[in-house]
Design a protein around this ligand. Structure first.
Ligand SMILES: [Zn+2]
Ligand SMILES: [Zn+2]
Length: 201
């Protein structure tokens, strides 16, 4: 893959700046999908468990994963495990087959020793760094062999927990007037209200 590939362009449009971690996420998603023999999830066919937390390097990894796997915040089929690691477990919800893909120390070292990261450490936003410093890193991630970027663990069979059925019924909060999914409504002093209003009453 290179920067002219549609997948990279979609990733960049979603993500907003040029960095090596978002493309690494694109590749992690693709590597996991290839190991499982599945394609991008139009609905909730796949679940992604991402090991990043927040406020640390390379959390942008998760945006690339959303683009290639179709596991998205909006569909609710991606979760952060909060380990501060660059691993992805992808689960095929239908078959219960799952695979864990983790970035190799080599893949992480390249970006961490780059001039791009020196600017990021000084607090320069990624969008303000000279593209000439970051584009070679992106090109390397997009074109590198999968086995150099990731350790792909053997595919396992797991028991996929049953998902709650989708709720479509809503109420209007008696306090703030905003629409709330029924399951989240609370009764406070005899009135049906949303959670934030219930907490204030
Ligand atoms: Zn980024
Ligand atoms: Zn309310």
């Amino acid at each position: 893959m290179d920067r002219n590939d549609e997948v990279y362009k979609v990733g960049l449009a979603l993500h907003g700046h040029k960095c090596p971690a978002m493309p690494l996420g694109l590749r992690a998603g693709l590597a996991a999908m290839q190991a499982l023999g599945v394609s991008h999830a139009p609905d909730g066919q796949l679940t992604a468990l991402v090991e990043i937390d927040r406020n640390h390097c390379s959390t942008c990894f998760a945006d690339g994963i959303q683009v290639t796997t179709g596991c998205t915040f909006g569909k609710g089929n991606i979760r952060s495990l909060g380990y501060g690691k660059f691993g992805l477990t992808l689960i095929d919800n239908k078959t219960g087959r799952s695979v864990r893909v983790v970035a190799t120390p080599e893949a992480m070292r390249r970006s961490q020793q780059s001039e791009f990261i020196q600017y990021r450490r000084k607090g320069v936003p990624a969008s303000q760094v000279d593209p000439a410093l970051v584009e070679p890193l992106i090109d390397q991630v997009l074109s590198e062999k999968t086995e150099v970027l990731f350790n792909v663990e053997p595919v396992k069979e797991i028991k996929v927990p049953a998902m709650a059925p989708h709720a479509f019924d809503t109420i209007m909060c008696a306090e703030c007037g905003e629409v709330t999914v029924e399951r989240y409504a609370r009764v406070k002093h005899g009135r049906i209200v949303c959670i934030p209003c219930a907490e204030k009453m």
